[in-house]
Write a protein that binds this ligand. Sequence first.
Ligand SMILES: C[S@@+](CC[C@H](N)C(=O)[O-])C[C@H]1O[C@@H](n2cnc3c(N)ncnc32)[C@H](O)[C@@H]1O
Length: 315
Amino acid sequence: MKKWVLKAIVQKIISYLPMGNKINYLFQKYITKGVYLTDEYFYDRLGHARDHLNAGHAHTHTHTHTDFPKSCLELGTGWYPIVPIGFFLAGAEKIYSVDISFLTSKERITTTISRFVDAHQKGVLSDYVKVQEGRLAILLECFDNIEELSLEDILRKLKIEYLITDARKLPLPDNSIDLVNSNNTFEHIYPEILTPILKEFKRVVNKEHGVMSHFIDMSDHFAHFDHSINVYNFLQFTNRQWRWIDNSIQPQSRLRIDDYRHIYHQLGIPISEEKNRPGDVDALKTIKLDERFVTKPLDVVAISHCQFISKMKDA
Ligand SMILES: C[S@@+](CC[C@H](N)C(=O)[O-])C[C@H]1O[C@@H](n2cnc3c(N)ncnc32)[C@H](O)[C@@H]1O
């Protein structure tokens, strides 16, 4: 049996158990080794923080570079709050992390902070984030006193607030957020839920100077774990077959870039800039595509990663 099939079966079973997320964390930690905070993951997500900040600076309207963004929101932060801490260092005054599950912990935030300290000591942190005066001192002080601080103390010092809630209804006023972002999260949300979430983002993001920036990884995530299949493997299945394979622990909607463009268009959210990874059409041709995908242009289906940037003044 292929490794990815085994993983799909185990995740499917876990998804039916109470405390599925916790069990999945332990499964990934001890079996698939998918939750260790590797350098590759840390610097990739720090790169996302940099790219969101650059997108914000390029597309904001009235603010100067030094005071944008003041308020940020990340959807689906996950286990390690790398992007929120990046925004804190860049000077943000309020950073919301919206997730359906509270996936961080004191241990995981400590690990994340220690990676930032390490990046600072290696002299590479400033390649990613223009650290605001005073912010690094707060982070280093947190790290030095980490034993005495509670998770709540750490989050307060880093100006991060977790909102464990349905993102379709946020407890935030209209126009209150400067920069809304997400990383590797949209692909896990089916359109019936993603559409109202984006509608809510449109409400809370500031329409004068606000920016949205979302990274989407449209590759088959089972291929990240099993290199015997390529990143288009899941496009061979019918929707019916996929419902059996997919699971609620790490669902994959299989939306392609044109589907996301369509949702944005329907909601009147501008795509001011799109940065795509073109993908590999030759690899795609090795897969017998299901009818849902076969009518689309190959170069559109092949795009595996994208960043959608929206200048909300154009909405
Ligand atoms: C694959 S993880 C991405 C984690 C992290 N952003 C990264 O870059 O690796 C997807 C995250 O989205 C969250 N998520 C999934 N569906 C969601 C929803 N409808 N509303 C809020 N968060 C959601 C999950 O709980 C999880 O933390």
